[in-house]
Design a protein around this ligand. Structure first.
Ligand SMILES: [Zn+2]
Length: 232
């Protein structure tokens, strides 16, 4: 690891799975007999806002009951001790990286614990439900929606992610399925830039062939082991 200075880490559902946070995918793509497309799209929100808000109210409440696991804590330790550049890009909308103590975290798919006012465009920290249409803390309009990137919407801060990648010496993907773009394309961007690439995952992913190295196992084991190696 002597030549490594700047690291970009992409995390996905696999890092939060051991904290008990499931995904649409692990649930067979269904929630209460609703397809993903019926609860996680702008069209669904326009058609049946109560359904969508109820779903996200449940998820928002649920994640607050969960705790970070050793993989989150290991990345927080890396963040605290790594002198070079580091960016933890997460596809997860939970706050477990932050609760573990990590600071250099970018939520490319938004956050359960924020509400986005579509009237004044301000994002506010939010812990309670949205189903009763509470007023925006800034403009009082009752136009808050989950600050979560839905299917068909653009992920956040891609410019910052690509900029960090251009400066990086190592790209690490942890617990991602390799199925959701543009996140799944980051390893290809990294390869195009000549960056070393490492995958830590429970099992081989759709994108595994793109990585120089893949280490398989539960995130709570392979991530702390890798961080210990990097920090030497
Ligand atoms: Zn507002």
């Amino acid at each position: 690891m002597g030549q490594i200075r700047n690291i970009v880490i992409l995390t996905g559902a696999g890092i939060s799975a051991e904290s008990g946070i499931d995904t649409f995918r692990s649930a067979g793509g269904l929630w209460e007999q609703h397809r993903v497309e019926d609860v996680a799209t702008p069209e669904a929100f326009a058609r049946d806002p109560n359904l969508v808000l109820r779903f996200y109210d449940m998820r928002r409440a649920a994640i607050q009951e969960k705790l970070p696991n050793p993989a989150h804590f290991a990345l927080a330790e890396l963040d605290a001790n790594w002198k070079g550049g580091l960016l933890i890009v997460t596809q997860n909308v939970d706050d477990l990286h932050t609760r573990a103590g990590a600071r250099r975290v970018l939520h490319m798919h938004g956050e359960h614990l924020k509400a986005w006012c579509t009237s004044c465009d301000v994002r506010s920290h939010w812990r309670g439900p949205l189903i009763e249409r509470p007023p925006c803390p800034v403009c009082q309009a009752r136009t808050l929606r989950p600050d979560v990137v839905w299917f068909g919407e653009m992920p956040y801060r891609m410019g910052e992610i690509y900029a960090a990648l251009r400066e990086a010496d190592l790209f690490v993907s942890i617990g991602t399925s390799g199925a959701v773009y543009p996140a799944a394309g980051l390893v290809r961007n990294a390869r195009d830039l000549g960056i070393s690439t490492l995958e830590l995952n429970l099992e081989r992913s759709q994108g595994s062939d793109w990585f120089h190295e893949t280490r398989l196992g539960p995130a709570s084991e392979v991530v702390p082991a890798w961080v210990a190696e990097v920090l030497g």
